[in-house]
Design a protein around this ligand. Structure first.
Ligand code: NAG
Ligand code: NAG
Ligand code: NAG
Ligand code: NAG
Ligand code: NAG
Length: 655
């Protein structure tokens, strides 16, 4: 035997041996002949639920996963929001609530497989659909396409993320059975096959050839045309009440063979500020779920638990309509992880199709009503502008956007002086509708109106030449769906006063979160604060910070517990407890009234510090100047706004 043949035989033997030892015990694949998945060679079907680790405090991950496991699920599905991890270009964060590999490990420990959706675009009612806002530094970037600047950023991110995911693939000993590429790409205008092909090769390069890659699109042939690609297994999404046969026959258009998969079966639906809270009937869910499972289909329930858009993470739809802080979604587990009738009804359906774990699920976590907490004025935003703007104001002839200021979230203050006499009410306008998204206007500290994207482009002001005009602009969340995802924030066009274009601005990029967690607002020399009663007019007070503290009572076992905060008499703003940004409140528009407060941010050893940024008007004169902690969530309060447009349950084309 020549050396050459000997080497070939040894190599062949080696690779066959390796194949047997690696692939036989752990493999996951599609069986096109029998229209199913195969796990370790056996026919396999998943019944899964969506849970977004980015919307749940880390301490609660295990509890929620265990409840999902006890419902009879054998898998979960999760998104990885790029902007949650790469907070500035090249600066990654995988710690604490962002520790996605810990989350995957917990899922595996609990006994759940994972369907991973790493984007890069995720939609998900998440700011900018998960894309980092810093991508907009290139103003005309075409997101979700072959635009070279977009691709360079995607490649760098995936080069960081996917190698971290690789050890978690099923065939490598982890829980991840399938990985989704992009998200509902067929609904996006670009229809750029080169982009999907490029993503596929990047995913293959980092994850290997064995893992099942897939796409998800609306259950209609028109969506599948631009959303599917050879080499990516095409799946569909649809809600209860759909014609299941018709929906799956759309999938069969793209995949004549292979398992039937509904990647997003809607257990509830999303909300918008100012639009009625959505609920989805359990009866309809149970019926469609049973129908799909009887067909042998694989189903992922979106959401199984929705969770919370803490901080500034909510997205928005068009015509501009931001989503509220709660992402409860009317899912089988509530925002706070509580069991519902829907949970048990779904578990009963699953029980008819697979053996489910014995015993009761973990109980709902107890809630505690800490009661009313008195708070008081700390300072106005205008007075604190220099403290809040770490680098100081930028002088600029024309307004700068958030991204031009290197700020992604929160609030920016635009200041100029009145260039002319406005002793008669004079219209301050955004003729190009460029206030993104809501602006609180004051002259010499006296409130004079609110501008709002698409809704209020003019307000009258009065004053004399040289008076200080302050415009605090709130970013209410970036559009996460459709062709308007290049959503710039701040004053994105010029404002006019009368017929004159305003210029010569001082722009304050505000580091409010940092200032609160570092206690700067309390150290500031705001001498007048004790006596200060901000001037009011037109039923408005200037945007201001209020603060107070509360103590967790002793002698009651198992405190601190979760709670909900509500704002009787308050209008709209943002709230922090011990520096943790709980999100936006806006009971004045609804439907969300209470905000979820997880126990892990509360302290029993020292007073808990509460900071409220009220943007419109406080109830403090004559009072009472309080917020309240209660045990009962209210997500279906009355709404006070005309609907933006006709929306319907499960209809993304109307979002
Ligand atoms: C559901 O769709 C199938 C296939 O398109 C059709 O044959 C059937 O009549 C539909 N069923 C109902 C109840 O509309
Ligand atoms: C502004 O003032 C003018 C003149 O006083 C009045 O006609 C107009 O309705 C006011 N506009 C708004 C938006 O209040
Ligand atoms: C504001 O107006 C000036 C001059 O009319 C123009 O050069 C500038 O581009 C405008 N800025 C924006 C953000 O529209
Ligand atoms: C609340 O703020 C005070 C004063 O800054 C600080 O000493 C205390 O530790 C804070 N409490 C918590 C729970 O962070
Ligand atoms: C709001 O939801 C609660 C709890 O689900 C329910 O009892 C109540 O009837 C609802 N209220 C309205 C106005 O829909």
């Amino acid at each position: 035997m020549s050396l050459f043949i000997f080497v070939v035989v040894v190599l062949l033997y080696g690779s066959i041996f390796q194949y047997n030892s690696a692939a036989a015990p752990r493999s996951f694949s599609i069986d096109y002949k029998h229209d199913c998945f195969r796990k370790d060679g056996e026919v396999f079907r998943y019944i899964s639920g969506s849970i977004h680790y980015s919307r749940i405090p880390r301490v609660y991950w295990k509890d929620r996963l265990l409840k999902m496991y006890m419902a009879g699920l054998n898998a979960i599905q999760t998104y990885i929001p790029w902007n949650f991890h790469e907070r500035a270009s090249g600066h990654y964060d995988f710690s604490g609530d962002r520790d996605v590999t810990h989350f995957l490990q917990l899922a595996q420990d609990v006994g759940l497989l994972v369907i991973l959706r790493p984007g890069p675009y995720i939609c998900g009612e998440w700011d900018m659909g998960g894309l980092p806002a810093w991508l907009l530094k290139k103003k005309d970037i075409v997101l979700r396409s072959s635009d070279p600047d977009y691709i360079a950023a995607v490649d760098k991110w995936m080069g960081k993320l996917l190698p971290m995911m690789k050890p978690f693939l099923y065939q490598n000993g982890g829980p991840v059975i399938t990985v989704q590429v992009e998200n509902e790409y067929g609904s996006y205008f670009a229809c750029d096959y080169d982009y999907l092909r490029h993503l596929t090769s990047v995913f293959r390069y980092h994850l290997g050839n064995e893992v099942v890659l897939f796409t998800t699109d609306g259950a209609g042939v028109s969506y599948l045309k631009c959303g599917s690609l050879q080499g990516l297994y095409a799946t569909v999404d649809f809600g209860p009440g759909s014609n299941v046969t018709a929906a799956f026959s759309a999938q069969r258009y793209a995949e004549p063979h292979g398992p039937l998969v509904n990647s997003e079966f809607y257990t509830g639906w999303l909300d918008h500020w100012g639009e009625k809270h959505n609920v989805v009937s359990t009866t309809a869910i149970v019926k469609s779920l049973n129908e799909m499972l009887s067909l042998g289909a694989n189903v992922n329930m979106y959401m199984f638990i929705g969770g919370t858009n803490f901080g500034y993470w909510n997205g928005a739809n068009t015509k501009y309509a931001p989503q509220p802080t709660s992402y409860d979604y009317d899912a089988p587990l509530t925002e706070a992880g509580d069991l519902t009738d829907k949970y048990f009804a779904i578990r009963d359906v699953i029980k008819m199709h697979r053996k489910i774990p014995e015993g009761p699920p973990p109980p709902s976590t107890p809630k505690y009503a800490y009661g009313s907490v008195k708070i008081s004025l700390l300072t106005t935003v205008s007075k604190a502008a220099n403290t809040l703007s770490f680098a100081g104001p930028i002088k600029t002839k024309y307004p700068l956007t958030f991204i031009e200021l290197n700020q992604q979230f929160g609030y920016v203050l635009y200041r100029t002086t009145l260039p002319m006499d406005c002793s008669k009410p004079t219209p301050l306008s955004s003729p190009m509708n460029g206030v993104n998204d809501r602006a609180y206007v004051s002259v010499n500290g006296v409130p004079s109106g609110i501008l709002e994207r698409n809704k209020a482009i003019t307000t009258n002001i009065t004053g004399k030449p040289g008076d200080q005009l302050d415009i605090l602009v709130e970013n209410m969340g970036r559009i996460n769906y459709g062709k308007e995802i290049n959503d710039f924030k701040g004053l994105v066009t010029n404002l006019t006063l009368g017929s004159q274009e305003l210029s010569n601005w001082e722009v304050f990029s505000l580091s409010i979160d940092e200032a609160i967690s570092e206690g700067l607002l309390w150290q500031g020399n705001f001498e007048e604060r004790a006596t200060l009663t901000p001037p009011r007019s037109l039923g408005l007070a200037p945007p201001a910070f209020y603060t107070g503290s509360f103590i967790i009572p002793d002698g009651i076992p198992d405190l601190p517990q979760d709670t909900y905060i509500q704002f009787p008499g308050w209008k709209k703003g943002q709230v922090w407890i011990n520096g943790f940004n709980l999100g936006r409140y806006w009971p004045d528009r609804g439907p969300q009234v209470t905000l979820f407060v997880p126990a892990n941010i509360l302290s029993t050893s020292s007073p808990n510090n509460l900071t409220v940024l009220e943007l419109e008007s406080d109830p403090c004169t004559p009072g009472p100047c309080t917020v309240e902690f209660t045990t009962v969530p209210v997500l279906n309060g009355t709404v006070k706004s005309l609907p933006n447009q006709k929306r319907q349950l499960f209809r993304k084309d109307l979002l």
